[in-house]
Design a protein around this ligand. Structure first.
Ligand SMILES: [Zn+2]
Length: 415
């Protein structure tokens, strides 16, 4: 049999149509979870799926699916990614995997290939963690807890507004859980979002592992007071502890944790005005690594250092753990299906870890999971200039198709 490939033109037309939804003047998209543009993108996806003769489904966590049923199959192979974006994000992150998944299902349907497994392309809710981190995939995997919804990353009230806007009901979210026994596996095509493939001159990557990510609020507490009349030496300035911690955190990570990265992505000053000494500073700290023990060690030393800096400037410190995603290895069977697909297409893949979090990290905890990466020009992502050359997108979709057919298994014609 000739190597099965997707319909390139149709794939491109779809991708361009989707890129217009929530398009920004800078060339990216702005589709945070549950925003009007995000809801519109999901409407578009379901419409395309129906047009292709696929079954459409929305589960309790808002995950949108298109399904290609196979006779007498009992399990489902999921192909997925996400249609939400970070604020002012790029066109490729998430969207590429969903559009490619849709194209894979259409191709299989058209060729009348009979498989042993149902195929389902799924668009997960809030992969970018605007409101509740990995809401859709965690609910599907049975790894979401009621307490995760009580004080979510994006704030409880924003979450309630988002639910109402998208017509979701909170008590139905947990019904999205699937029995792991009903799944054959999960495959995801995604842009790399980093420079490794490009630097190595590789056009395609097979993911070996995905980093674990831990996030915290470090709340330095001082005393707000008049910025003009309070003597310098008697101030209890929360910004000093936070600033000293920022610089120390970088130094500690570079020196003691070469396989980790750390970031303080936000500092929130209260009251946050010129003429009042900062009474409180909330620092948003995140650490990542593919090694759990390294994360444990870095967490211990960074949090200890935060306490030392708070004490040094006479401040209180409250530490709130916000989220924790485990580092995971990709499944060898899924990786081998991806390898075989790349070889059949004459591509030479590079095996690399993912420094970015993905729904695949959640799915890997319940089913055989693999990820394929295509290069990000200049390593840029989460920005309007995010770009993957189109030929690489097509390669990625064809690898997804080849691996999906291998994992699903072709039915013997005499069955
Ligand atoms: Zn993504």
């Amino acid at each position: 049999m000739a190597t099965l490939t997707i319909n390139q033109e149709r794939f491109k037309t779809d991708f361009e149509a989707l890129s217009k939804i929530g398009a920004t003047a800078q060339g990216g998209v702005n589709r945070p979870a549950f925003s009007p543009a995000h809801i519109k993108a999901r409407d578009w996806f379901r419409k395309q799926a129906l047009k292709a003769g696929l079954e459409v489904r929305i589960d309790g966590a808002g995950n949108n699916s298109a399904i290609l049923h196979q006779d007498k199959a009992s399990k489902t192979l999921l192909l997925g990614s996400h249609l939400d974006s970070v604020p002012d994000g790029g066109r490729f992150d998430g969207a590429l995997g969903v559009v490619a998944g849709l194209e894979v299902l259409r191709t299989v349907k058209e060729t009348e290939l009979r498989l042993n497994t149902h195929l389902e392309v799924i668009d997960f809710t809030d992969e970018e963690s605007s409101l509740v981190d990995y809401l859709g995939s965690r609910a599907l995997a049975g790894l979401l807890q009621p307490e995760d919804l009580r004080a979510p990353m994006g704030g409880r009230s924003n979450f309630e507004v988002g639910l109402a806007r998208s017509g979701m009901k909170e008590d139905e979210i947990f019904t999205a859980r699937r029995d792991p026994g009903s799944l054959k596996g999960y495959l995801e095509l995604h842009i790399e979002q980093g420079p490794r493939l490009e630097m190595a001159g590789a056009r395609i990557g097979i993911v070996s592992a995905i980093v674990g990510i831990r996030a915290y609020h470090l709340i330095f507490q001082g005393k707000a007071n008049h910025a003009g009349t309070t003597p310098m030496e008697t101030r209890s300035d929360a910004s000093l502890g936070a600033s000293a911690f920022l610089l120390a955190a970088r130094e500690i990570t570079l020196r003691d944790a070469p396989d980790c990265v750390e970031n303080v992505g936000n500092l929130h000053f209260s009251p946050g005005v010129f003429n009042v000494i900062p009474g409180q500073v909330d620092a948003s700290l995140e650490i990542r690594s593919i090694d759990e023990a390294s994360l444990d060690a870095l967490e211990t030393s960074l949090l200890a250092r935060a306490r030392i800096e708070a004490e040094r400037f006479g401040l209180g410190l409250e530490i709130k753990a916000v989220s924790r995603a485990l580092p995971v290895r990709m499944d060898p069977n899924a990786q081998s299906a991806l390898w075989q697909a790349t070889e059949t297409l004459g591509l030479s893949p590079l095996t690399i870890p993912s420094g970015a979090g993905h729904d695949a990290q959640v799915l890997a905890q319940i089913t055989s999971t693999g990820m394929v990466f295509v290069p990000s020009a200049g390593g840029v992502s989460h920005a309007p200039s995010e770009l993957t050359i189109w030929e690489d997108c097509v390669n990625g979709a064809n690898v997804l198709l080849g691996a999906a057919v291998r994992m699903a298994g072709i039915k013997n014609p005499i069955d």
